[in-house]
Design a protein around this ligand. Structure first.
Ligand code: AMP
Length: 189
């Protein structure tokens, strides 16, 4: 099979992480989640982690140059050469442009962007539920509302960016994990 270079786009709580995990098993390619990498950096108290901690807790974005560096380093690793699933990166126009430029340099453009769609009240209720289960420090209601606003302002415009590239597929994020997985499968078909 040819390398699959996939991007999952969507608001926080839309199920990107869960769906990315299923795609990892299906295609045997790594999930690249800048959120997971940043949480690991916070836990390990690295320089980046110390810098990012307060911003993440508020639900603000970590500066582009920091996240771009983290993502580029990860994409350069061996296991990403056969393909990857980006989850939570890019999140701004500058990040998308940096990613486009990097992949163009490598001659390996993104193949598909799947945009998961979900309405705001469902996002809030899912994230507050996740807060109870996982105890993520950025899943309190104030931070959740703020992350949604940040998503709408900074990240949602990327849907148009990938639509213009002709690689966008919109997928309804409501319903069970299996239902959404099936829709994604069809969209990647
Ligand atoms: P996530 O797990 O993807 O929801 O990310 C959790 C938090 O990490 C976000 O609310 C941001 O503070 C930070 N973060 C993750 N990915 C990015 C990114 N691509 N750009 C900026 N900040 C990010």
């Amino acid at each position: 099979m040819t390398a699959r270079r996939l991007l999952l786009l969507g608001p926080p709580g839309a199920g990107k992480g869960t769906q990315a995990q299923l795609l990892v098993e299906r295609y045997r390619i790594p999930q690249i989640s800048t959120g997971d990498m940043l949480r690991a950096a916070v836990a390990a108290e690295t320089e980046i982690g110390i810098q990012a901690k307060a911003m993440m807790e508020r639900g603000d974005l970590v500066p582009d140059e920091v996240v771009i560096g983290v993502a580029e380093e990860r994409l350069a690793q061996d296991d990403a050469q056969r393909g990857f699933i980006l989850d939570g990166f890019p999140r701004t126009g500058a990040q998308a442009e940096a990613l486009d430029a990097l992949l163009e340099r490598l001659g390996t453009p993104l193949e598909r962007c799947v945009a998961l769609t979900l309405d705001e009240e469902e996002i809030v209720s899912r994230l507050l539920k996740r807060a109870e289960i996982e105890g993520r420090s950025d899943d309190n209601e104030t931070a959740v509302r703020h992350r949604i606003a940040v998503y709408q302002e900074q990240t949602e415009p990327l849907v148009a960016h990938y639509e213009a590239q002709g690689i966008l597929r919109r997928v309804e994020g409501t319903g069970s994990v299996e239902e959404v997985a099936k829709r994604i499968e069809e969209a990647l078909g």
